[in-house]
Design a protein around this ligand. Structure first.
Ligand code: SAM
Length: 437
């Protein structure tokens, strides 16, 4: 009797029947076992809507299905290259985990959103608030081209290195850069002194992250054995150091505390493991990575032509709540970034007191107008925004965006809600806001 009831319930609430409009059941298409939140099922339905007619393509593209008619999806293998702090198949896989940036969003969700905007090989996806590069990593893994804009030069560099590292040939690097060299590499980076304020956010002169890295190696990194290594390898080693610096800053004095050198050594081993995993999975699946370019600049003034991007997947700062500069001060200081100048250009950090929220609102709206301008007709801009509470009241910027979108000219606007589980009381909900031009 009980067994029957359980079977009954199972078939009644089989989410795959709902996702596929009755075409398949969970025994034919298997969701990842941790994809059970409502927004995840909604996104799975949206991606099925786009690729469900071509199951071969669905195997390559899906973010939420583990198996399609007995065949493992690509996401199963990709999320199998595990990184530190990974939760199930959602985040931190491949090079996503490199550098512990606090505002990262989940790669799996971004993959589903890129699927929804129907970007294909040769199309261009934009993220005007690139942060640590999640959107571009996902678009590149799908073979789609990406363009990222980030005002913080240090983060633009981090993103560039995370993307370039997907291409490092593990066999070559592991024979040349073995553990015996690690102490020398650590000493090199730890004795480096880049003069204060040498790097500024470049609003007008449009430097790419790659150009900035080249400039750093030319001007500020004294010549050494490292200069004989390929550019991407040197940057990869630099990122290990930057990651160690962050771990050291945040974890000293805690149970997990270690010396900077020890963090560097341990991270070196784990980064190399990830490079091995990425190299294997990219070759095994035959992934042709999409191209990417990262510009150091402002989302308020995009250096892109009108109607030049297929889709936008992005996440602006969540109002005035998080001080992105304080969070990454160690990184900014090490790279000699002009912090005062950066603060003047970051949305959410301009002004004081009540002015701050007013300026944030003005800038957020301006950047959505820019998104509208560069988007193709009928294209989608998807904005992920947390609804932060300030002094106990919710800011509701998600609703404001939907209101503005009509005036700006978008044809359609709706949102999905994502409950934030866990202890951050100021942030209970995140919204995925879908705007169609
Ligand atoms: C919520 S974070 C994005 C995180 C990103 N989605 C990720 O996965 O790493 C917002 C980013 O916007 C950047 N930002 C702030 N003001 C900006 C501006 N005017 N133009 C471009 N980027 C800006 C911040 O430096 C921060 O990295």
């Amino acid at each position: 009797m009980l067994e029957e009831i359980v079977e009954d319930i199972k078939s009644l609430i089989d989410p795959v029947i709902w996702i596929t409009d009755g075409r398949f059941t969970s025994s034919e298409l298997k969701l990842f076992d941790d994809a059970r939140q409502l927004y995840e099922l909604q996104l799975a339905k949206l991606e099925f809507l786009r690729f469900g007619e071509d199951l071969k393509e669905f195997v390559r593209r899906t973010a939420y299905f583990e198996e399609i008619l007995g065949k493992k999806s690509w996401h199963y293998f990709i999320s199998g290259v595990k990184g530190k702090g990974q939760i199930g198949h959602t985040n931190q896989y491949m090079t996503h985990w490199f550098y512990p940036y606090k505002g990262k969003f989940h790669g799996q969700m971004i993959k589903a959103l890129i699927n929804f905007v129907e970007a294909k090989k040769g199309d261009l996806i934009l993220d005007p608030y690139l942060g640590s590069g999640t959107t571009l990593i996902e678009s590149s893994l799908l073979g789609i081209n990406g363009y990222g804009v980030e005002i913080n030069p240090a983060l633009a560099i981090v993103s560039q290195i995370k993307l370039d590292s997907l291409k490092i040939n593990y066999e070559e690097i592991s024979t040349e850069v073995d553990f015996s060299k690690v102490y020398k590499i650590f000493e090199y980076f730890s004795s480096l002194k880049i003069p204060k304020n040498s790097i500024k956010p470049t609003i007008e002169d449009c430097l790419t992250a790659k150009e900035l890295l080249e400039m750093l190696w030319d001007r500020f990194f004294p010549s050494s054995f490292l200069h004989d290594l390929p550019f991407e390898w040197r940057n990869f080693l630099l990122l290990i150091y930057l990651h160690a610096l962050s771990d050291y800053t945040y974890l000293s004095g805690t149970k997990k505390g270690k010396s900077l050198q020890q963090f560097f050594f341990d991270n070196f081993k784990e980064y190399m493991e990830t490079i091995r995993g990425c190299w294997n999975v990219i070759n095994r699946l035959g992934i042709e990575l999409g191209d990417y370019e990262i510009l150091i600049g402002s989302a308020l003034d995009l250096k892109l032509k009108d109607e030049s991007v297929k889709g936008i997947v992005t996440s602006p700062p969540y109002s005035i709540a998080l001080d992105y500069i304080k969070n990454d001060e160690h990184l900014l200081n090490y790279l000699g970034v002009d912090i005062g100048e950066l603060r003047n250009h970051m949305i959410g950090l301009k002004g004081r007191g009540k002015d701050r929220l007013v300026l944030y609102e003005r800038d957020l709206r301006r950047s959505i107008e820019e998104m509208f301008r560069v988007l193709e007709p009928n294209g989608w801009a998807i904005i992920v925004l947390g609804d932060i509470s300030i002094n106990g009241s919710r800011t509701n910027f998600n609703r404001k965006i939907i209101e503005w979108s009509k005036d700006i000219g978008f044809e359609d606007a709706w949102q999905l809600e994502r409950a934030i589980l866990g202890g951050f009381a100021k942030l209970r909900f995140e919204y995925l806001i879908f705007l169609q031009k």
